[in-house]
Design a protein around this ligand. Structure first.
Ligand code: IMP
Ligand code: MG
Length: 183
């Protein structure tokens, strides 16, 4: 879907598909330079990071491996429940490997701070985080993020993998959800 398909549900479009693709190319180039000559595994956090992983991975001009984890820290609404659970673990043994966790958004930081220490306990060579979006005002946990697409205001956004009650993930752009949709 395009923003025009869900026009009344959005306050504004924050980032267009073109802007997102361009930014992901820059991030991929940065990561590629940082891991030159090293083996690299990128780990996508299901389900929100599916689009970011697909476009980021294809922006690389080198080999890498992809794996996935599913965790949950949210109910079906717009606020974190504060509890993280693994729903699907990695299929890969990451000991001795360079790992970059790829996520679409850092809100409170709870999910990624938990996930980073979880993966760090498996003796990888390194663990870094790449996120398309981050809400600095919402952060309640310290998270050391190496690669950030954009910092955004503390508003609920949808599209490009980001959902509200499992909808809007297939929106090409990223927009701010209008309060009338969830109030
Ligand atoms: P955190 O643990 O609070 O950092 O939340 C991380 C997860 O919450 C993300 O991976 C998203 O699935 C979800 N989330 C946080 N903010 C938003 C938002 O604005 N729109 C959609 N999902 C969000
Ligand atoms: Mg979500």
């Amino acid at each position: 879907m395009d923003a025009a398909d869900v026009q009344d549900d959005l306050v504004n479009v924050l980032f267009t598909e073109e802007q997102i693709h361009a930014r992901l190319k820059e991030l991929a180039a940065q990561i590629e330079a940082d891991y030159e000559g090293q083996d690299l595994l990128i780990v996508g956090v299901l389900r929100g990071a599916v689009m970011v992983m697909a476009d980021l991975a294809r922006s690389f001009g080198r080999h890498l491996e992809m794996d996935w984890m599913a965790v949950t820290s949210y109910g079906s609404g717009t606020k974190s429940s504060g509890v993280v659970r693994i729903l699907k673990d990695l299929d890969t043994d990451i000991s001795g490997r360079h790992v970059v966790i790829v996520d679409e958004i850092i809100d409170t930081g709870l999910t990624l701070s938990w996930l980073t220490s979880n993966l760090a306990s498996r003796s990888p060579a390194s663990v870094e985080i790449c996120t398309l979006l981050r809400k600095p005002e919402a952060l309640t946990m310290p998270v050391d993020v190496k690669y950030v697409g954009w910092d955004i205001p503390n508003e609920f956004v949808v599209g490009y993998g980001l959902d509200y009650r499992e909808r809007y993930r297939n929106l090409r752009d990223i927009g701010t959800l209008a309060p009338h949709v969830y109030s």
